[in-house]
Design a binder for this molecule. Structure first.
Ligand SMILES: NC(=O)c1ccc[n+]([C@@H]2O[C@H](COP(=O)([O-])OP(=O)(O)OC[C@H]3O[C@@H](n4cnc5c(N)ncnc54)[C@H](O)[C@@H]3O)[C@@H](O)[C@H]2O)c1
Length: 263
């Protein structure tokens, strides 16, 4: 018996990065994965999972558009009879200093990282409540709730908001046997991090990645598979008594109490 056998999982931002890792790991654990992404690349990712004999369906949608998300959820429910798991993973980041940040850039973060999570939970929850069963996993971050760097005011605000949302929603839906938890990754090697490295040092992005890895006690960035496995645990019945909390997956990057002096 695999961890997610017979489960149906709705994963946002699943075309690449952490969402792709979650989708691949979930399918390997036996779930039928509904991959949702604003990028057409989602169909290639779904196809790649299917080619391994696993169950996956790709959908193109913008999580900021509630009606579009609702349509996909409705159709998936009609076809598959249930939606057991929602992984709210779609997210964006742009590094801009606070005084230079336009309201449009701020709203872009809040729309995708907060309203997108809100919309998907709104769309999926009625079906989970019907079945008195559900697992919601929200991708927050160590950035915002625990640490931060320059240029991250909008991103950090949005990711900290996900902590509050996770707790408040968990409290409200516990009576329906639905759990809601968050994952707080440190640096995971994804296209998002590649983009940050490219913007920080266009001539040599590799040195940025190496610099990040050097500051992590485990000496490397995390992988999308490792994030997928944490999500699979929180989405499985192995975590049945865990709700309204978060799991940090950061290779120990938030541990150092003093700046490293090479000891
Ligand atoms: N990579 C990290 O180090 C890291 C660390 C902490 C938290 N996270 C969080 O993990 C999640 C995924 O990050 P990632 O690094 O894989 O990013 P990524 O940019 O590599 O991938 C994000 C995916 O989300 C999709 N997406 C963006 N906007 C969307 C929208 N409006 N509707 C639907 N899909 C949309 C993109 O097309 C892309 O496929 C984000 O919520 C991010 O904040 C990442």
């Amino acid at each position: 018996m695999r961890k997610l056998d017979g489960k149906t999982a709705f994963v946002t931002g699943a075309a690449m990065g952490n969402g792709e890792g979650v989708a691949r790991v979930f399918a390997e654990h036996g779930a039928h994965v509904l991959l949702v992404d604003i990028s057409d690349r989602v169909f290639d990712t779904a196809q790649a999972i299917q080619s391994k004999g696993l169950r996956a369906t790709g959908y193109r949608a913008d999580v900021t558009k509630l009606d579009d998300v609702k349509k996909i959820v409705e159709n998936a429910y009609k076809e598959l009879g249930k939606i057991d798991i929602l992984v709210n993973n779609a997210g964006v980041i742009q590094l801009v200093s606070f005084l230079e940040m336009s309201d449009a850039v701020r709203d872009f973060h809040f729309n995708v990282n907060i309203n997108g999570v809100w919309n998907c939970a709104k769309a999926v929850l009625p079906y989970m409540i019907k079945k008195k069963y559900g697992k919601i996993v929200n991708l927050s971050s160590v950035t915002g709730p625990m640490v931060c760097d320059e240029g991250e005011t909008a991103y950090a605000t949005s990711k900290a908001a996900i902590w509050g949302f996770t707790k408040a929603l968990a409290r409200e839906v516990a009576k329906y046997r639905i759990t809601v938890n968050a994952i707080c990754p440190g640096y995971i090697y994804t296209p998002m991090v590649e983009k940050i490295a490219q913007e920080s040092n266009p001539d040599n992005p590799r040195t940025v990645i190496e610099g990040i890895a050097g500051g992590v006690p485990l000496g490397r960035l995390g992988t999308i598979k490792e994030v997928g496995e944490v999500a699979a645990f929180l989405a499985s019945d192995e975590s049945s008594y865990i709700t309204g909390t978060h799991v940090v997956i950061d290779g120990g990057s938030t541990l150092p109490e003093t700046v490293s002096v090479g000891v």
